[in-house]
Design a protein around this ligand. Structure first.
Ligand code: NDP
Length: 303
């Protein structure tokens, strides 16, 4: 049996950020406007600190104006809302990202809804959720991980997903649902599976394109997968790796990669698949936001 093509998310993300850097440079040359991204971090969660740092670094690499605001874990909701208002009104900032999760005493929904929809580069504001749901992707800012997942799938399919049977496992607001909506836009026939789905194996077996966004290590087995299918694994799960030494861990996806890569036509690895695409698409959204705020048309879709 032939092995699947491994979809290289790192290389694709690098080509996306190269393209965004070039487009940003052209925007600066034509208008003098530098795309501006503000990232807000509340508290000292180590994972969030790492994410925020890499977002800021990538924004600088793309030639953006990049600022980070760090508030203490006990910052009041009013402090956070005031900062968002300030950033909403700052003409140098085109994209605002509030790193989640926020501390328990803060109403996350309230904060996210205060961000101006046109600056909501995470795509979580109800206006952007609604635009995506209505199929108006040309007006929406689309969540980054779903956009990156679909871009990888499209590339793996040679540019056209039309007519494919797509199965998305997972229905969260941040991954599963927006992925399904994007795939519908790409003219796939979409099934959304979740924890109450009957005969998950059978449903997955019909998929030409499978997107796994569950959060359960290696749950999806190779014999569930249709031969030649495109498999996009969004899951990031940390599991013990005693073979690397005592107390060591490693990352795996929701799909059993070792065996699935013998059946699938193409498949994303974990790490190195969807993961790197999230930041790349954040850069793309920031540039789109900056152009729209200058009343400039969007550039050609990334592919
Ligand atoms: P959630 O926990 O919010 O959603 C998980 C979904 O999986 C739910 O819809 C749930 O169903 C479904 N599910 C759970 N168990 C089963 C099962 N046994 N069979 C079928 N469906 C099941 O997770 P997220 O959407 O936030 O994240 C999913 C994964 O993606 C995680 O591993 C996360 O770490 C990763 N991720 C990666 C990102 C990146 O690459 N940058 C970004 C965001 C997430 P139900 O609704 O019925 O409970």
């Amino acid at each position: 049996m032939s092995d699947a093509t491994i979809i290289d998310g790192k290389a694709t993300a690098a080509s996306v950020t190269d393209e965004i850097s070039a487009r940003a440079a052209r925007l600066v040359e034509a208008t003098g406007v530098k795309p501006g991204l503000a990232v807000v971090l509340v508290g000292e969660d180590p994972a969030s600190q790492v994410y925020v740092k890499s977002k800021g670094k990538m924004a600088q690499k793309c030639g953006f104006h990049s600022v980070q605001h760090t508030l203490p874990a006990d910052a009041s909701e009013i402090d956070i809302l005031s900062l968002v208002t300030e950033l909403n009104n700052d003409p140098e900032i085109h994209g605002i990202l509030v790193q989640l999760p926020l501390p328990k005493h803060v109403d996350e929904g309230k904060v996210l809804q205060l961000i101006k929809p046109e600056k909501d580069v995470d795509g979580f504001h109800p206006v952007n959720v609604g635009l995506l749901g209505a199929g108006q992707t040309e007006k929406a800012l689309v969540p980054c991980t779903p956009a990156g997942s679909v871009l990888l799938a499209k590339r793996a399919a040679g540019g056209n997903l039309s007519g494919m049977n797509a199965v998305v496992v997972g229905r969260s607001n941040i991954v599963g649902k927006p992925v399904a909506q994007l795939l519908l836009q790409e003219n796939c026939t979409v099934t959304i599976a979740h924890s109450r789905t009957k005969d998950l194996e059978g449903v997955i077996g019909g998929a030409d394109l499978l997107v796994a966004a569950v959060g359960r290590p290696e749950m999806i087995k190779s014999d569930w997968i249709k031969k030649g299918a495109i498999v996009i694994d969004v899951g990031i799960n940390r599991i013990p790796a005693p073979e690397k030494g005592e107390g060591k861990t490693r990352l795996v996806g929701d799909v059993d990669f070792a065996s699935a890569s013998k059946v699938a036509g193409s498949i994303t690895p974990v790490p190195g698949g969807v993961g790197p695409m999230t930041i790349a698409m954040l850069m793309a959204n920031t540039l789109t936001a900056a152009r729209r705020q200058q009343n400039l048309p969007d550039e050609a879709p990334l592919f």
